[in-house]
Ligand binder design. Structure first.
Ligand SMILES: [Zn+2]
Ligand SMILES: [Zn+2]
Ligand SMILES: [Zn+2]
Ligand SMILES: [Zn+2]
Length: 491
């Protein structure tokens, strides 16, 4: 197998206990690649130029900040210093700018997308024997990765993937399986299971007690001020409160199927969060998702429906293909379009399979409702800041509090008027200055030469820095899905 010396292989070889439970070879490869990257970061990478540069450009995303925090603890003080210094520089420029803050430069997201792409490329690549092995019973893929493979595989592999999808769906709907097992078949093992069971670790008390300020998901000026008073970013806790509300509503045993229709589409992250806080919501969303998968499988071509390999055989079916196209629901193309499609099938048989696959996957696609709720609630909370901070008393209370986390403060130039914007940015700069001193102190006191000095608040500077950047949710162990930057597809 062509893999880098010492790197985890796409062979289902478990790299750790966590990945040995994996039911999907791609998920297992991604998980073990991230574990190895974290290991090497702490072993030798924290001082390297590329790492410092990535930290300066935004550092770890919320998800991976939890993972490295759990692994590295106080060893992260230096990395956090680079992250906060990067924010200081961006905030200094932010006042006059109206553009979006830069996307994060998370090195572990980079590892994840490389590992996933590499594993899928190996499975769908020129070595068909490997693909055949992966699609066999020894190395199953989760439904999510089978769908990705569907987009990459050659047309002749599509019926094979269809068969695997069908088998997995039968397993997922079999009675006797627990909710978590069925979720694992659908979306692979939980990549955040270590956080859910162990939290961020060390100094991080769990903030998972639901917000009382936002009263069951009701956004209000009182709630906004109350969240600030207890030192939490309202633009982080508002979306969390609304997602809790949505999941609790979906889990209401009295809710009729008609009432919850179109509201039960959840992404992989929110399915896992629902499992943690409202299992019935996860169960209902899973049922809706599986329904979509069954419909997808029915639309995929079987071996007998693939276009014949010989041109003459395809030419004989031309009239039949035309009638099939004309009868297709729900679009029912006109005669010219149907003739064009039938002719394209004759001349480019691979393209017709690709079209059938795109049609099948496209009809299953649906955005995650909970991600939409989070993005909407964060936007409304920032609007509320714009409405409240024009008044001097509210601005004064804001300045006396911790204010927004840096991620949300950085959005104020694009969203708020001049007065609220300068209140938000000035408060953020004050916190950044103080945090940098604490982080410097933590780095200084890590030296052997000052071992006689007492240890103090600087020992928790790394976690305060992560909370400053990402909000209190970085310490969460239940609702782990971050506010999306763009539309997120349901599982
Ligand atoms: Zn997978
Ligand atoms: Zn990341
Ligand atoms: Zn926030
Ligand atoms: Zn979601």
């Amino acid at each position: 197998m062509a893999v880098v010396e010492g790197a985890p292989g796409v062979s289902g070889e478990p790299a750790s206990q966590a990945s040995s439970r994996a039911s999907c070879v791609v998920c297992a490869f991604v998980g073990s690649s991230v574990e190895r990257r974290i290991f090497f970061l702490f072993a030798e990478g924290l001082g390297e130029g590329w790492f410092v540069d990535a930290m300066r450009r935004g550092g770890f995303c919320l998800r991976h900040a939890r993972h490295v925090g759990r692994e590295g603890g106080a060893r992260l003080a230096g990395a956090c210093r680079h992250i906060v210094a990067g924010w200081r520089d961006r905030l200094a420029r932010a006042e006059g700018e109206r553009e979006r803050p830069p996307a994060s430069a998370c090195p572990l997201c980079e590892t994840e997308s490389w590992a996933e792409g590499h594993a899928l490329w190996l499975l769908a690549g020129p070595d068909r024997a490997r693909a055949a092995a992966a699609l066999g019973a020894l190395e199953p893929l989760c439904l999510a990765h089978l769908e990705r493979l569907l987009g990459l595989a050659g047309p002749r592999q599509v019926p094979q993937v269809r068969t695997r999808l069908r088998e997995l769906l039968e397993r997922a709907t079999a009675t006797g399986l627990g909710l978590e097992q069925r979720l694992t078949i659908l979306i692979g093992p939980d990549p955040d299971s270590a956080i859910r069971t162990g939290g961020l670790g060390g100094l991080a008390a769990s903030p998972d007690a639901p917000s009382t300020s936002w009263l069951d998901g009701l956004l209000s000026a009182e709630g906004f001020m109350a969240e600030l008073a207890v030192g939490r970013c309202p633009a982080c806790t508002g979306p969390a409160a609304l997602v809790r509300r949505l999941l609790a509503w979906l889990a209401d045993p009295g809710l009729r199927p008609d009432d919850r229709r179109e509201q039960e589409h959840l992404c992989a992250g929110h399915l896992r969060d629902a499992l943690a806080v409202a299992p019935l919501a996860a169960e209902r969303a899973l049922a809706a998702t599986l329904g979509g998968w069954v419909a997808l499988v029915e639309r995929l071509p079987t071996v007998t429906e693939l276009p014949a390999a010989a041109f003459r055989a395809r030419a004989r079916r031309l009239g039949e293909r035309y009638r099939e196209e004309r009868a297709r629901r729900p679009q029912r193309p006109g005669p010219l379009a149907a003739a064009g499609a039938a002719l394209a099938d004759l001349l480019w048989p691979a393209a017709s399979v690709e079209r059938a696959v795109a049609r099948a996957t496209g009809q299953r696609a649906h955005p995650c409702v909970a991600c939409g709720v989070m993005a909407g609630a964060a936007g409304r909370t920032l609007d509320l800041a714009g409405a409240l901070l024009v008044a001097a008393p509210a601005a004064e209370r804001y300045r006396a509090s911790g204010g927004f986390c840096l991620g949300h403060a950085a959005r104020s130039p694009a969203l708020l008027g001049p007065e609220p914007r300068s209140v938000v940015l000035a408060t953020a700069r004050t916190r950044v200055a103080r945090q940098l001193w604490e982080l410097d102190e933590a780095v200084r006191k890590s030296s052997w030469s000052v071992r006689y000095e007492p240890r103090g608040p600087e020992t928790r500077a790394w976690i305060d820095a992560l909370v400053l950047v990402h909000g209190d949710q970085v310490r969460s162990a239940k609702l782990l899905t971050p506010e999306p930057r763009e539309r997120v597809a349901a599982a």
